[in-house]
Write a protein that binds this ligand. Structure first.
Ligand SMILES: Nc1nc2c(ncn2[C@@H]2O[C@H](COP(=O)(O)OP(=O)(O)OP(=O)(O)O)[C@@H](O)[C@H]2O)c(=O)[nH]1
Ligand SMILES: [Mg+2]
Length: 341
């Protein structure tokens, strides 16, 4: 690595350790940069962050750092940003800070301004409590997962809470599900929604459901019980398994926000006690790598190095390196196998 890259990475690492707002911004820009020279520096940075995350040890921070990632998904306009904003109001009182990635907020007003205005405070990001980064989903052609995964790694190095807001039903849910420790689905009050969820086959993914806009009347409660009934039918017979609760909230009236945070904490506690938390992170990283390679090289490429199963197996082995470096190394292997070098 070049001298200047090395210095840059060292500087960013120091800045991140100090919770410096400019360093966080620059690190997020760097990991999103496709130019080769920047790629090299980004990988180095992500590698170093992975090493530090794996062995927290004595850090510059007080107490232990155990970042938790929460995904918020749901249809456009369901109130994801509003609920997030309401949760942040409560959570920011607790130490550790909150990092947020909002993927393509279609309503800039709420996605950006709602949180952004209040966050553009002076001082370090950790002191002011909140840091928001918006990412555009368009023009990415599948690279969105890479960007959010890397962005989450950067924010996790600084903040105790990392939230990722994504719009949509389907693909984006699967991607965000494996990136977070808890996935929240925000539903709109309204008949027919439940059927739509079932059709889309997404009911298995979220760990928590919340029907927002309960202030609009009894429809919200009806949607809640419908959703609960549907989930009950598909419910697991395993007593130890987590049963996703269906909550009711109004971001507007600040109703049900505490319950939502309690729900996240309950899922977190369940994950720790059952050991599912670590395993889920492991599987998430592996799936991310396999999908990332498949996007780039196709099934054919993966087959050249033994197939998805074999690749997953190799990725299970403990490693000091970040998942991004592993993807790069496996990519080189595939390229060599294909070109026969
Ligand atoms: N009545 C009512 N309106 C709400 C509530 N929460 C959000 N809204 C409104 O719903 C609209 C969408 O809210 P957002 O928070 O931007 O929803 P979102 O899911 O983040 O939207 P996108 O990011 O664009 O997909 C806004 O006009 C909000 O004011 C609520 O609890 N009650
Ligand atoms: Mg939004």
């Amino acid at each position: 690595m070049s001298q200047s890259n090395r210095a840059r990475v060292a500087e960013l690492l120091a800045g991140l350790a100090a919770g410096d707002r400019t360093a966080i911004s620059e690190a997020l820009n760097l990991v999103d940069d496709r130019r080769p020279e920047q790629r090299e520096a980004a990988l180095e940075l992500l590698d170093e962050l992975a090493v530090r995350a794996a062995s927290p040890g004595p850090s510059t921070r007080q107490g232990s750092h155990s970042p938790y990632r929460v995904g918020i998904t749901g249809a456009p306009g369901a109130g994801k940003s509003s609920l997030l904003n309401a949760m942040v109001e409560q959570l920011r009182e607790s130490a550790g800070g909150i990092g947020i990635i909002a993927v393509d907020p279609s309503s800039q007003r709420s996605g950006g301004a709602l949180l952004g205005d209040r966050m553009r405070l002076s001082g370090g990001a950790r002191e002011s409590g909140v840091f928001l980064r918006s990412m555009a989903a368009r023009d990415r052609l599948g690279g969105l997962a890479d960007a959010t995964q890397a962005g989450a790694a950067v924010l996790s190095s600084v903040f105790e809470w990392v939230f990722i807001e994504t719009v949509g039903i389907g693909q984006s849910e699967c991607e965000v599900a494996q990136l977070v420790d808890t996935l929240i689905f925000v539903a709109q009050p309204g008949a027919g929604d439940t059927l739509q969820f079932m059709k889309a086959g997404i009911l298995e993914l979220p760990d928590l459901f919340v029907v927002n806009k309960s202030d609009t009347g009894p429809v919200a409660e009806r949607t809640r019980s419908e959703l609960e009934a549907t989930l009950g039918l598909a419910g697991s017979v395993d007593d130890a398994a987590w049963q996703p609760p269906v909550l009711l909230a109004s971001a507007q009236d600040r109703q049900g926000i505490t319950g939502l945070i309690e729900g996240i904490n309950a899922h977190r506690a369940h994950g720790r006690q059952s050991g599912q938390f670590e395993e889920r992170r492991r599987i998430g990283r592996i799936n991310f790598a396999v999908e990332s390679l498949t996007r780039r090289y196709g099934e054919y490429g993966i087959e050249r190095i033994g197939g998805a199963q074999a690749v997953s197996q190799r990725l299970r082995a403990p490693s000091q390196r970040s998942i991004f470096a592993a993807v790069l190394a496996l990519g080189h292997e595939i390229e060599e196998a294909i070109t026969g070098r």
